[in-house]
Design a protein around this ligand. Structure first.
Ligand SMILES: [Zn+2]
Length: 423
C-alpha cells in the first residue's frame, strides 16, 4: 500500500513538473467581444490552455514563466476566414507556369509567421495551387515547428473546366496537363468524386468557385459557373463527409444558386441583391466580404500590372466593394471576417477592420466578426474566439481598446497561439 501511495505521489509530481504555466499580467482584458472589458488582470495559461482570468496582478507561482504587458489590452486571437498563405500577390499570371511547388512552401512558411505576428491566430485557408502545402503547413504550425496560426484548409479549389481556379486559362493547351489542378469537374458524379478526393488529401472544408473570378484569365464574366445539380452534388457529398462548403461567388444569380444548393459561406458576394440575400438568409449562409482584396487590387489599376481581361473585371467590381457589407446587413445576412490575404500582402489582414467600419459596422460588431462570429463558422466556438477558462490560449495584446476603435488591431504588440509566444 505504502509503495502504491509513493508511486501515486511520484506520478503527480511528474505531471506537475511537466506542466508549463505562463502568467500574463495586463492592464485590460476583452474576454469576449460582447462582454464588458476587464481592467488590470492576470491570465494564467497551462499547457496551451487558459486556466483562469483574475482581477488584479496575482503572484507568479514557482516554476511558471511570466509575461508582463503593462499598459496593454489582451484580446482574443483574431480569425481570418479567407486567406491563401501559400502565395504572394502577383499580376504576372505566367508565373504559374514557372513557379515550382517548393517555392509555394517557402512562401507559405514566411506568410504563416507574418499572419501570426499580425494577430491572426487562426486562418481558414481557401485554395492553394499546390497539392499538400497547406496540409503540411497546418501540421507544422500545430506542433510549433513553424511559427504560424492554426490552419483550417480546403487544400485545392474545385472549379469548372476553364473556370476561375483552372490555372490552364490563358496558356497554350499543351501546358494544360502541367497547370491544371486536377480538381475541375463536369457533372454530378465527377464533382462528387473531386469532393471525396479533397477529403482524402486532408481537406478540412471544401472550396468551390461558384462563379467567375476577377484575378484569373478566364474571360467569361462573373456569373454562375456550376449547374444547380453539380453544386447540390458537391454540398451533399461534402456534408456526408462532415465537411462544410465555402463558395467563391460574385454574380447575384451565382450567389443565389450557391445559397440554395446549401453552401455554408459565400466568399466576396460582390453583386449581392435582395433576391440573393433572401436565399442566403433562408439557408443560413454567411457572407465573407473580403473587402481588403478589392482594396488591394484597385491600387494596381492602370499600371499595366494586370492583363486587359483582368483589368476590365477589376473595374467592374470595384464600385460595388464599398457597399457589400452594408447591403448584406440591411437584408439580414450574417457577415463574418475574411480578407483574401494573398491577393494583397500577408500581414495586412487587420486593414479589413477600417473597411468594415466604413461599410457601416460598429467596432464591437467588427471585433465579434473576427472572433466569436468567425469561430462559429468553423465550428470552434467552444475552443477559440474568447479568453475563457478551458479555451485554447490564443491571445494578442494591443494598445487601446478595440471595442472603441477596432483599427487599433492594425498594430499588435504580442501574440500567443496555443500557449506559445510567436517571435
Ligand atoms: Zn480567395
Amino acid at each position: 500500500m505504502r509503495t502504491l501511495i509513493i508511486g501515486l505521489v511520484a506520478g503527480l509530481m511528474a505531471s506537475t513538473a511537466a506542466a508549463e504555466t505562463t502568467v500574463i499580467h495586463a492592464d485590460g482584458v476583452i474576454t469576449d467581444a460582447d462582454a464588458k472589458p476587464m481592467g488590470r488582470a492576470t491570465v494564467t495559461v497551462t499547457d496551451g490552455r487558459i486556466v483562469s482570468i483574475e482581477e488584479g496582478w496575482s503572484a507568479v507561482p514557482e516554476g511558471a514563466s511570466m509575461v508582463h504587458l503593462e499598459g496593454k489590452t489582451l484580446v482574443p486571437g483574431l480569425i481570418d476566414l479567407h486567406t491563401h498563405l501559400s502565395g504572394d500577390p502577383s499580376g504576372e499570371f505566367w508565373r504559374t507556369a514557372t513557379t515550382p511547388p517548393e517555392w509555394k512552401v517557402i512562401e507559405g512558411v514566411k506568410n504563416a509567421r507574418l499572419t501570426a505576428l499580425a494577430g491572426f491566430t487562426t486562418v481558414r485557408d481557401v485554395g492553394s495551387r499546390t497539392d499538400q502545402v497547406m496540409q503540411s503547413l497546418r501540421r507544422a504550425t500545430e506542433i510549433g515547428m513553424v511559427p504560424g496560426p492554426r490552419i483550417i484548409t480546403s487544400g485545392r479549389t474545385i472549379s469548372i473546366v476553364g473556370g476561375h481556379g483552372d490555372y490552364g486559362n490563358g496558356f497554350r493547351k499543351e501546358l494544360d496537363p502541367v497547370l491544371t489542378t486536377g480538381f475541375n469537374c463536369t457533372g454530378e458524379v465527377e464533382c462528387a468524386e473531386k469532393v471525396r478526393l479533397a477529403s482524402k488529401y486532408g481537406a478540412d472544408l471544401i472550396k468551390i468557385t461558384a462563379t467567375g473570378g476577377v484575378l484569373s484569365q478566364q474571360g467569361r464574366g462573373l456569373e454562375a459557373h456550376f449547374s444547380d445539380a453539380e453544386m447540390r452534388s458537391i454540398v451533399t457529398t461534402a456534408e456526408s463527409l462532415g465537411l462544410k462548403v465555402a463558395a467563391h461567388a460574385h454574380g447575384a444569380r451565382g450567389i443565389e444558386a450557391a445559397a440554395r444548393a446549401g453552401v455554408h459561406t459565400i466568399e466576396h458576394g460582390t453583386y449581392l441583391d435582395e433576391r440573393a440575400a433572401r436565399a442566403m438568409r433562408e439557408n443560413g449562409t454567411t457572407l465573407i466580404p473580403t473587402l481588403m482584396a478589392f482594396e488591394g487590387i484597385k491600387k494596381n489599376l492602370g499600371t499595366g500590372y494586370y492583363t486587359p481581361v483582368v483589368e476590365g473585371k477589376i473595374r467592374a467590381v470595384s464600385e460595388y466593394a464599398s457597399t457589400i457589407v452594408e447591403r448584406a446587413r440591411r437584408w439580414g445576412v450574417n457577415v463574418a471576417f475574411g480578407t483574401d490575404a494573398g491577393v494583397f500582402p500577408h500581414g495586412e489582414n487587420a486593414g479589413e477592420f477600417a473597411l468594415l467600419k466604413a461599410n457601416g459596422m460598429s467596432d464591437r460588431d467588427a471585433l465579434a466578426s473576427a472572433t466569436t462570429g468567425a469561430a462559429k463558422i468553423i465550428g470552434m466556438e467552444g475552443e477559440i474566439g474568447r479568453i475563457a477558462p478551458g479555451y485554447s490560449a490564443d491571445i494578442i495584446a494591443v494598445d487601446g481598446n478595440p471595442l472603441e476603435d477596432a483599427t487599433v488591431l492594425e498594430d499588435v504588440d504580442w501574440v500567443m497561439i496555443r500557449g506559445r509566444v510567436i517571435e
